[in-house]
Design a protein around this ligand. Structure first.
Ligand code: 13P
Length: 250
């Protein structure tokens, strides 16, 4: 059985005080569970707080971005080694907001994926199409291109143990989630695309992200190729995130 995983992406939200309340509630509500992992991905300045608060808990944590470089004159950047040094497990790479707002192209996303692997972090690689691309029937070609870029740069074997997140851009923060069937179709496509390069990748954990809420999580996670979720807005509300995690439990 593939591992199930629910990760919260706080994006640029939070404060020391708000985080403490959220983390306390998550620790109380999320206990170690067989074959289900949880993580929260917080803004860089709060990672120390998150690390201390979650130490010894069932909840792992990650960063929302990572530099593609190891060290040097890269003002404003944070390296994988820095993250790893104080216990980071995951790094989101290729989130559509980074692709769209910060000009991260496929090559840069692939370089960040490699940097995360080199540092011993688990990349959460995000892929997904825009509404225009979906309406033009380009979903598979866009997602395929995004996956191929990472495979070409990192090698298929590097994807083993990574996490893939399908996040259709039109579903992010819009309240309009992909239907379970729409998400399932893309997950099947992505799994097959990767498995064609390396059979072991058929077992990759593939998350769905985009307006996942307590009310739609169960139907999404019931699909055979949806192994959990990458949760934005609802990850900031403890009871919603806990309910979404409960929906991922088999
Ligand atoms: P929302 O859950 O707010 O739609 O965000 C999804 C997302 O972008 C997670 O990375």
């Amino acid at each position: 059985m593939r591992a199930r995983f629910v990760a919260g992406n706080w994006k640029m939200n939070g404060s020391l005080r708000a985080n403490m309340g959220l983390l306390d509630a998550l620790k109380a509500g999320l206990k170690k569970s067989e074959n289900l992992e949880y993580a929260v991905c917080a803004p860089f300045p709060y990672l120390g707080q998150v690390s201390a608060a979650l130490s010894g808990s069932a909840i792992a944590w990650g960063a929302q971005n990572i530099s593609e470089h190891d060290a040097g004159a890269y003002t404003g950047e944070v390296s994988g080694a820095m993250l790893k040094e104080f216990g980071c497990r995951f790094a989101i790479v290729g989130h559509s907001e980074r692709r769209a707002l910060y000009g991260e192209d496929d090559a840069r996303v692939a370089a960040k994926f490699i940097a995360a692997k080199h540092a011993g972090l688990t990349p959460i690689l995000c892929v997904g199409e825009t509404l225009e691309q979906r309406e033009r029937g380009e979903t598979d070609s866009v997602v395929g291109r995004q996956l191929d870029a990472v495979v070409a740069a990192a090698g298929a074997a590097a994807l083993a143990g990574a996490v893939l997140a399908y996040e259709p851009v039109w579903a992010i923060g819009t309240g309009r989630n992909a239907t379970p069937q729409q998400a399932q179709e893309v997950h099947v496509f992505a799994r097959a695309r990767l498995a064609a390069r390396d059979k072991a990748l058929a077992g990759l954990t593939i998350l769905y992200g985009g307006s996942v809420k307590p009310g739609n999580a169960k139907d999404l996670f019931a699909m055979p190729d949806i192994d959990g979720g990458l949760i934005g807005g609802a990850s900031l509300v403890a009871e919603d995130f806990i309910a979404i995690c409960a929906a991922a439990r088999r």
